[in-house]
Design a protein around this ligand. Structure first.
Ligand SMILES: *[C@@H]1O[C@H](CO)[C@@H](O)[C@H](O)[C@H]1NC(C)=O
Ligand SMILES: *[C@@H]1O[C@H](CO)[C@@H](O)[C@H](O)[C@H]1NC(C)=O
Ligand SMILES: *[C@@H]1O[C@H](CO)[C@@H](O)[C@H](O)[C@H]1NC(C)=O
Ligand SMILES: *[C@@H]1O[C@H](CO)[C@@H](O)[C@H](O)[C@H]1NC(C)=O
Length: 397
């Protein structure tokens, strides 16, 4: 009998201890007054829940957004640093942005922002709905500040996975000034004609991995901008959209640098570009050590393109002689079809593109009876089994 009690006692002690030790602290937005009815502004409730989650010292506080409801949120900013080493944002439900008519008139051009938060995990089967259609009409082009849907600034150790991102007014996700980021299994979707609705934009960030995601949008699926290095893009399906892009770099005569980019196992279908490097005239800096590998293209207008003539007449004239130097770019196992005759365009500046390596590239046109061609100026490097042939690269076998 004593033994039995001892065993039961021990059992309780062990189970209870393990429960308390692994217990996460949850901050459910419904407990903070969110309605989730899609009509009432739930921003205050989210911010209160966040402030509490961010202030606890326990391991892993989790802000919870329950499934099955739609939460209308005004533009808002989740601020760190938080007290605990890690914080979770568990998104079950749908977040909805105000439409343009309901948007606050304070000039804010970002919807949901995360600032200065280390080891933040944002995950769940929920969605971000930017209600972009109200921003997309043509007369809105220059005088309304279309908003970015989701903006991360200085979030080191960020993990973002599984949600759906639809119809942002402008770009869907911006990663700015972050180190060590993994984005996986997300789904971004906006119509082909929606203006400037980039999928993921990366700037001033290092050690970023974007993997296994589906991006269909009206502009670049992924754009890698100034100050980015060690960026890995793996297993992305893109289309419609403008492809995977380095840049644009050097706008307004700026100094811009991008290096160590590795894009592999990506599939692009019906996109305007496949893999692109684009730079403005008059800017300076470099784009170097960039590899595109195992890329499949289907009916892409510009499958492989380096365009250094993004025109900017004023700056081109003012900054005569300044260039963005493109070097060490490798295209390996790039296969598929081109919607345009020019399947490969290497339109490099006078600074020349150097060490451009093409190895096992085979692109045909998607129109019967048309031969794929290439355009090449100011580019040096090597081509090993490349169709269509690229005359300015030297051939090796
Ligand atoms: C581009 O990024 C580099 C490196 O982070 C930085 O030094 C430079 O100031 C940036 N350029 C602009 C125009 O912000
Ligand atoms: C080139 O980039 C890759 C990452 O894609 C990196 O592993 C490698 O060290 C870089 N090479 C140089 C010379 O920086
Ligand atoms: C560029 O390639 C050359 C020759 O392979 C190599 O020596 C150099 O380290 C590379 N630089 C970068 C930044 O990748
Ligand atoms: C290449 O750049 C030149 C400017 O030097 C431009 O006139 C031409 O249209 C470009 N070609 C392609 C195919 O983009």
């Amino acid at each position: 009998m004593k033994l039995l009690f001892a065993v039961i006692f021990l059992f309780y002690v062990t189970v209870l201890r393990s429960l308390t030790v692994s217990a996460l602290s949850y901050f459910n937005v419904l407990d903070y007054g969110a309605t989730g009815n899609g009509k009432t502004d739930d921003s205050e409730a989210f911010l209160k829940a966040w402030n509490d989650a961010c202030a606890v010292i326990e391991d892993n506080p989790t802000l919870r957004v329950p499934f099955g409801k739609t939460y209308l949120l005004k533009p808002l900013k989740f601020q760190g640093p938080c007290k605990s080493k890690q914080v979770n944002f568990d998104l079950g439900g749908a977040l909805m942005a105000p439409s343009k008519d309901e948007w606050p008139s304070d000039g804010e051009d970002k919807w949901v922002q995360f600032y200065n938060i280390d080891s933040l995990t944002v995950q769940g089967d929920g969605r971000f709905n930017g209600q972009g259609s109200s921003w997309w009409n043509k007369d809105c082009h220059n005088h309304c500040n279309r908003p970015t849907a989701l903006f991360f600034h200085n979030c080191n150790g960020l993990r973002l996975s599984k949600m759906k991102h639809i119809n942002s007014g402008k770009n869907h996700i911006s990663i700015n000034d972050c180190n060590n980021v993994v984005i996986s299994d997300i789904h971004i979707s906006a119509p082909e004609q929606s203006p400037n609705t980039d999928g993921i934009d990366i700037s001033q960030s290092k050690n970023v991995l974007i993997q296994n995601s589906l991006i269909a949008t009206g502009d670049d699926c992924i754009a890698i901008n100034n100050g980015s290095s060690n960026i890995n893009i793996v297993g992305i399906t893109c289309g419609p959209g403008h492809g995977i892009s380095i840049g644009s770099l050097g706008k307004d005569g700026d100094y811009n640098v991008v290096e160590n980019i590795y894009v592999r196992n990506c599939h692009l279908k019906d996109t305007q570009n496949g893999v692109r490097i684009k730079t403005w005239e008059g800017g300076y800096g470099y784009a170097r050590n960039i590899t595109f590998e195992k890329i499949i293209l289907e009916n892409t207008k510009n499958p492989i393109i380096i365009d250094q003539y993004y025109s900017a007449f004023a700056y081109a004239r003012k900054n005569m002689g300044r260039e963005i130097k493109v070097s060490n770019v490798t295209y390996r196992e790039v296969h598929g079809t081109s919607a345009n005759e020019n399947a490969i365009i290497l339109n490099c500046s006078r600074a020349r593109c150097t060490n451009i390596i093409m190895n096992n590239v085979n692109i045909r046109t998607s129109t019967p009876d048309t031969e794929a061609k290439s355009v090449c100026q100011n580019a040096d490097g090597r081509a090993i089994s490349v169709i269509p042939p690229v005359p300015c690269l030297s051939k090796s076998h």
